[in-house]
Design a protein around this ligand. Structure first.
Ligand code: SF4
Length: 775
């Protein structure tokens, strides 16, 4: 048997966050296996998780705070100097321009949200609520629709894939990208069961589409036409669920009228889907006893993304596929991961603030405009906008023009290279972490993880970083003032609760940094080094108050346990287990209580959406003449995981992040498989290796996300591996409401490279991979 110790933790590579066990030997993660005791994932593990050691141990970790010099280089400085200087510069900025001149960008990664709680607290203490993050790069169109239909932007649909007899997948490839627990197990079960069906809408014949009973290979960017034609067919054929609609919804008459206006044949033709397939699809939906709809970035980052989210929800509601076993539902939260901000605007650009978030696509404008309230400082926490936000050149220009940019991260990211200060954080396996991606219904889970590795020397976990900053700025009371709270926490939870309430009453200015107060007091009494999970105490109390019966069922607690004691019991259960625990367990019919509208009815007619639907022009589908290829920028593949892996060695295949292209398109271009070719958009040019793929439609291209990062060679030179895809994307190519990028619809053209230019890229690729292998 291998030496070392197995520790329970979670995979941080996608938002499913499966429970895993890691074998730690002499401070190194050596092996990874699924954790069978995880109540959520029950031992499931995909190919990516086995490569977690490459995240945990690599050569690009930061081990000291850095300050940028005028010549662009960096000096190593001590933590004390870094905190003092940064606090002075923050204070100066706030004095001159107010706290709202600063924004937070990021605040946690895939399943690592502990740091985000503290970063947000710090931002609020400064007097700002401006936050950009990955959610507003992907999901805020969906949140906006949820706000209108369900009554709050924090209402969020769950998918009971486990029990459905029809899984309808739109713009997603769960075989590769997962996105719901134990995805491959469920897909295999559906495939083997003749009573269960799978429909996939995707331009590409994906791995999931290969398994489907019906694959609708929609023209890229024409999802709204397909969904509109399908909905109109359901209405015309009277295949909608009148009982469900009458009992649970409002506004069907306006929706019906709008759908009946759709010229179905014309829209089907625009989507390049035959009427026979649309009718077959409608018949399968009508025949299903329980359909669940699963969507992802294929439509949420596609053209008309907010409208797509609306049409997807109409499909769920008109077919009555909601609120029952095997359908879509809403889920309860331990703590909502985003907010509810209907009607709020961000003054410098006039864009809507959705779910409390600002879209990364407006970041350059928010900084570079001459509006008096423009952003002048940005605090970047666990995020890499220089690689992930649209239009890399504009983002870099914005970062360079800031009066203050501070990056908190584990590695020297492309954004860190442009910051004034860089603060080295402990990695996600070196500290207490948790995820707020808890989207399950009827049973929802929460997983508090303790660090499984010692923090790398020179790094600090985020609660420590923000404690020091908040103290330097005078936002957090000193240790002596907090000592009585800590003592009360040692004596009993009820004494702590009373002392905490009294303290907050006497120190109202500490409310914004309550997370730090809890970390410094209650946190210091928690087992297993889980101090950073202390802010979850408030979340557990609120959850028990909102959903007492569901919490009681989850914990097996008797009816006579009061809500306060129930909240404490929930918190203790989360803190005590390392494999995760059920936090709410609902009955299916409780889903109606999760709707935000007071009458608990779903609003089908959403202002603005029916007008948008009426404006859709089939003539607009398709690529412009000058840029005839449609690129999906940011495809998920077997070996990519956002920006989290920097070591090129972690990939088992696709070392250069190849451009996928239909073989006929490549041959027409005069190139062959493996050649280097140029991809050009209106804002940039990239040289990429190409790879033929028969699953791609003619005219369709795909590049992966998660590449374009510099990694040091043994000599210290930094070489960039694979495409920085946002060199091709435009900030303005975005949804008119949510501002989310149309990354799945980037118009580009291709050209051959002269031999000498191709040779340069071939040599560079060989050097990157040879040096990674040598390291
Ligand atoms: S499905 Fe996601 S969370 Fe689970 S092991 Fe794979 S990458 Fe990790």
């Amino acid at each position: 048997m291998a030496p070392g110790t197995w520790h329970k933790t979670a995979c941080n590579l996608c938002y499913v966050n499966c429970g895993i066990e890691v074998l730690v030997n002499e401070g190194h993660i050596e092996k990874v296996r699924g954790d069978r005791s995880s109540p959520k994932s029950q031992g499931y593990l995909c190919n990516k998780a086995a490569r977690i050691p490459y995240y945990a141990h690599h050569k690009d970790r930061l081990t000291t705070p850095l300050r940028r010099r005028a010549d662009g280089g960096f000096d190593a400085i001590t933590w004390d100097v870094a905190i003092t200087e940064i606090a002075e510069r923050v204070r100066d900025l706030v004095d001159r321009h107010g706290g709202k001149s600063l924004a937070l960008y990021g605040g946690g990664g895939q399943g690592n949200h502990a740091g985000g709680a503290y970063a947000n607290a710090f931002l609020r203490a400064l007097g700002s609520r401006h936050v950009f993050n990955a959610l507003s790069q992907e999901k805020t169109g969906d949140f906006w629709i949820n706000g209108h239909m369900f009554g709050s932007q924090t209402c969020h649909t769950a998918e009971d894939v486990h029990h459905c007899d029809l899984l309808f997948v739109i713009g997603a490839n769960p075989w590769i990208a997962h996105g719901f627990p134990n995805a491959r197990d469920h897909l295999n079960q559906i495939r083997k069961d003749p009573a269960r069906k799978l429909i996939v809408v995707d331009p590409r014949r994906t791995e999931t589409a290969e398994m489907a009973d019906l694959h609708l290979a929609v023209r890229p960017g024409a999802d709204a036409f397909l969904l509109g034609a399908l909905l109109a067919t359901l209405v015309r054929s009277d295949l909608i669920d009148h009982d469900f609609i009458n009992e649970h919804t409002v506004g069907v008459a306006e929706v019906r009228e709008a759908l009946l206006e759709i010229p179905v044949e014309e829209w089907a033709a625009a989507a390049e889907i035959s009427m026979a397939d649309i009718e077959r699809c409608a018949a399968m939906i009508a025949a299903a006893k329980a359909m669940v709809v699963r969507v992802e970035l294929g439509i949420q980052q596609g053209v008309n993304s907010t409208l797509n989210s609306y049409l997807e929800k109409l499909l769920i509601m008109l077919s009555g596929s909601f609120g029952r076993k095997g359908t879509n539902q809403l889920h309860s939260w331990l703590q909502p991961l985003w907010g509810n901000s209907p009607g709020q605007k961000f003054a410098p650009t006039g864009d809507e603030v959705i779910a409390g978030l600002l879209p990364p696509n407006i970041f350059p404008e928010a900084v570079l405009s001459d509006h008096p309230d423009r952003l002048r400082g940005v605090w970047v926490d666990s995020s890499n906008p220089a690689n992930t936000a649209s239009n890399t050149k504009a983002v870099e220009r914005a970062l360079r023009s800031l009066e203050l940019c501070v990056v908190v991260d584990v590695a020297m990211t492309e954004t860190a290279q442009l910051a004034h200060y860089v603060l080295p954080a402990s990695s996600q396996y070196e500290k207490t972490e948790f995820t707020l991606f808890n989207f399950e219904f009827p049973t929802n889970y929460f997983h508090v993880r303790a660090g499984v590795l010692p923090p790398l020397e020179g790094t600090l976990p985020e609660p420590e970083i923000y404690t020091r900053l908040a103290r330097a700025l005078g936002y957090l009371p000193g240790d002596n003032a907090l000592a009585p709270l800590r003592e009360a926490a040692k004596r009993s939870r009820s004494e702590f609760a009373a002392a905490f309430r009294a303290f907050m009453g006497e120190n109202p200015s500490a409310a914004s940094v309550a997370a730090l107060v809890l970390y410094q007091t209650l946190g210091q009494t928690l087992p297993d080094g889980t101090a950073a999970a202390a802010p979850l105490w408030n979340a557990a109390l609120s959850c028990a108050k909102r959903s007492p019966q569901a919490v009681r069922r989850a914990l097996g607690a008797p009816d006579d346990v009061a809500d306060q004691a129930l909240g404490d019991a929930l918190f203790d259960a989360m803190i005590a287990t390392r494999q995760g625990v059920a936090v709410t367990q609902h009955e299916y019919d409780e889903v109606w209580s999760l709707i935000g509208h007071p009458d608990r009815k779903i609003r089908l007619a959403v202002p603005g959406m029916l007008e948008w639907l009426a404006r859709l022009d089939p003539e607009s589908a398709g690529a412009p003449r000058e840029f005839p290829f449609m690129l999906a920028a940011g495809q998920r593949r077997m070996f990519n995981a956002n920006q989290i892996f920097r070591d090129p060695k972690w990939r088992r295949d696709d070392p250069d992040g190849a451009l996928l292209i239909n073989p006929a398109d490549l041959s027409e271009l005069g190139a062959k498989d493996g050649d280097w070719i140029a991809v050009e958009s209106p804002v940039g040019r990239l040289i990429v290796r190409c790879k033929t793929d028969g699953s791609m439609r003619r005219g369709q291209l795909a590049l992966p996300h998660g590449y374009g990062q510099a990694y040091p060679t043994p000599s210290g030179e930094r070489l960039t591996n694979g495409p920085r895809i946002n060199l091709l994307t435009e900030s303005g190519n975005r949804d008119p409401i949510a501002g989310t990028p149309y990354h799945k619809h980037v118009a580009v053209r291709l050209s051959l490279l002269p031999d000498h230019e191709a040779a340069v890229h071939q040599t560079r690729s060989e050097r990157i991979h040879a040096s990674a292998a040598a390291g």
